[in-house]
Design a protein around this ligand. Sequence first.
Ligand code: NAP
Length: 296
Amino acid sequence: MQTEDIITEQSQVAALIGNPVGHSVSPQLHSLISKSTGFPLTYLPFKVDPQDLESAVKGINALGFTGFNVTIPYKCDVIKYLDGISKEARLIGAVNTVKCSREGTYGYNTDADGFAKAFQKETGSDLKGKTILIIGAGGASRAVSVKAAIDGAEKIYIVNRSIEKAASIAEIINKNVRSCAFAYGLQELEHDELSSACNVIVNTTSLGMHPNVDALPVKKDFEFNKSQIVCDIIYNPLKTRFLKLAEEYGCVTVNGLGMLFFQGIAAYEIWTGVKCDDGLLNELYNSFYRSIKFEL
Ligand code: NAP
């Protein structure tokens, strides 16, 4: 162990809680960020059983951790154990980053910010004025959909196997942000009227994620338009079958690694107060991409 790796009373420590946590690349990301900023943060993953969630949250705060990330399946359930949450996290209904302090625990959703920042970095464009088709209505879709509305998307079409979940997100957006969201069942994608009206298509379902890499969120004869920007928030594999299909049509594509990267940067900034400038962000982004090795 090197001197700088020794954890003392003064060390800043952050945690990841979820179940499972073994697959997470967040420890790798935070180690990379800490080494580059020179402001060390020790980041430790903990597998927490459902009956222990409340005591884990209280315990992490009591021990003086600077904060923690929350992953599947606790992003919604954790809210009831926190002392406060941001307006954006309240609308999304999920928290993935918590800041601990003497005043208590305060939750944020940095997945939303992560998606918007990755989109901007990788396409040179933003979500303002875009008509967006979002496939899926799970936790990640809530973050992407609400953020798209907050950032000024013109229209948001949310398509999901269980239409009631899509309708619930659309209702939250229409009531609290702006009237711009519409919900549909998956069968709507069989006609191309809806998708052809969109500038941006985002897969937020888990279809295509390792190990089920042959799965697609759309029919295999789905037609893209080459002017569309096509995103898949899955990052394992880096290029899903959905993105490969979009590439065949000449679309600009964005995978989920950028979203993962930027949600981690936002969490680090919330915990430490250290801001990463553009030069450092570029350097970290490139190192993170190079360091990622998935089992495919
Ligand atoms: P979730 O809450 O479980 O939602 C899963 C979504 O996929 C739901 O819309 C679900 O539809 C749909 N789905 C699953 N199996 C399906 C099937 N066989 N046919 C049709 N639809 C199906 O999961 P989540 O937390 O939103 O995560 C979704 C994906 O996003 C995962 O791959 C996750 O790794 C990724 N993600 C990436 C990042 C990042 O930083 N890049 C962050 C968060 C999540 P129903 O509602 O009908 O069940």
